[in-house]
Design a protein around this ligand. Structure first.
Ligand code: DAH
Length: 342
């Protein structure tokens, strides 16, 4: 049996030195130390040996077993080291003078236009306010002079939640809260994501962005509204933009208007983009209805104000020449990566 053990050791060393890959090494481990391997066989044979010899041979077998395990671990380590060295040898030389990897994503066009409009209004003394996307009926409708069962509610198909709240259908929903928060005089803009339950096509989305603005002070008139809108739009489009107002109905303003801008393509001469009218519809607005001011706790004998609900998504489409509104939420990295990254 003693000879058998030394033969096994020799055999093991030969097989171990032939193993060149982790897989081959594993084979050696299984074939020598596995349950059906020669070490287990020797242990079984040992049962037939008696007395002192049993102890001596048992020790020899255990020593061989320990030697095998240790050698396999060491060989594994050597193989790993060799693989690492080979990897390093084949790697491209490291050049510390190369510029850092700058592939760092880009801003969404809505973020860009939102920041731009915010900074223009901020420079004219407007604060920028945030408001939740889940709102209650009072703020979205009631406080805006849209009482229950008023036909104006049919204008917007609303996503109602089980708890009676709703996803805000327009940024006007924040007007009451902001009037109550600051009182008059007041200049604020509040951008936000809006939701309407409607079928989508190139011009309609169920999720889009608006930028609402209100200004309340003594003697505020329509000419103030025109001045601020013209100024903001001329800065956004980096050219002089002409605006015009047409009558429009919204329960929370009186009078209410649709604000059009001179066509960006033809400059007002008429082209297919503006259906030959020379004008593009951009932003509903008006003088804040006294009921809305009252609901906001504003003294209507002293103060008046204007409000506008700029379609931020629409503005981004115009500024960046994006033809399909669905592109904004489509996660198309190729088109998004064209926008500024810093
Ligand atoms: N909230 C209106 C909508 O989304 C838009 C609007 C119209 C906002 C007139 C205003 C306004 O502030 O004065 O349909």
């Amino acid at each position: 049996m003693k000879e058998k053990i030394s033969a096994l050791r020799e055999n093991f060393r030969a097989r171990l030195s032939a193993a060149q890959t982790p897989e081959q090494l594993e084979e050696v481990r299984v074939s020598f130390l596995g349950k059906k391997g020669p070490v287990s066989d020797l242990m079984a044979e040992l049962r037939n040996v008696e007395g002192e010899q049993k102890a001596r041979l048992g020790q020899l077998i255990n020593e061989a077993k320990a030697e095998f395990a240790k050698a396999i671990t060491a060989a594994g380590e050597t193989l790993r080291q060799k693989a690492l060295e080979a990897q390093i040898a084949h790697a491209k030389p490291f050049n510390p003078t190369l510029p850092a990897h700058l592939n760092c994503g880009s801003f969404h066009p809505i973020t860009l236009i939102q920041r731009e409009v915010e900074s223009i209004f901020a420079s004219m003394g407007f604060t920028v306010e945030d408001y939740p996307e889940v709102v209650d009926d009072y703020h979205c409708f009631e406080a805006l002079n849209i009482p229950k069962h008023h036909p104006a509610r049919d204008m917007q198909d609303t996503y109602y939640l089980d708890n009676g709240q709703l996803l805000k259908t327009h940024t006007s929903a924040a007007q009451n809260h902001i009037m109550r928060k600051y009182g008059a005089p007041l200049r604020a803009i509040f951008p936000g994501r809006c939701f309407r339950n409607e079928a989508t096509d190139a011009c309609h989305e169920n999720t889009f962005f608006q930028m609402e603005g209100i200004m309340i002070d003594e003697d505020i008139s329509i000419s103030n509204l025109i001045y601020f809108m013209k100024k903001m739009l001329s800065e956004v489009f980096r050219r002089d933009i002409r605006v015009r107002l047409r009558p429009g109905f919204f329960p929370f303003v009186e009078p209410g208007f649709e604000l059009d801008i001179s066509c960006l393509i033809c400059g007002g001469d008429g082209c297919p983009s503006c259906k030959n009218s020379g004008w593009l519809e951009l932003c509903p607005c008006g003088m804040i209805h006294p009921n809305v001011l009252k609901a906001g706790g504003i003294d209507t004998d002293k103060y008046t104000g204007f409000a506008f609900g700029l379609g931020l998504t629409r503005l981004a489409m115009m500024k960046y020449g994006i033809g399909d509104i669905r592109d904004f939420n489509a996660g198309q990295l190729k088109s998004l990566s064209q926008f500024e990254s810093r």
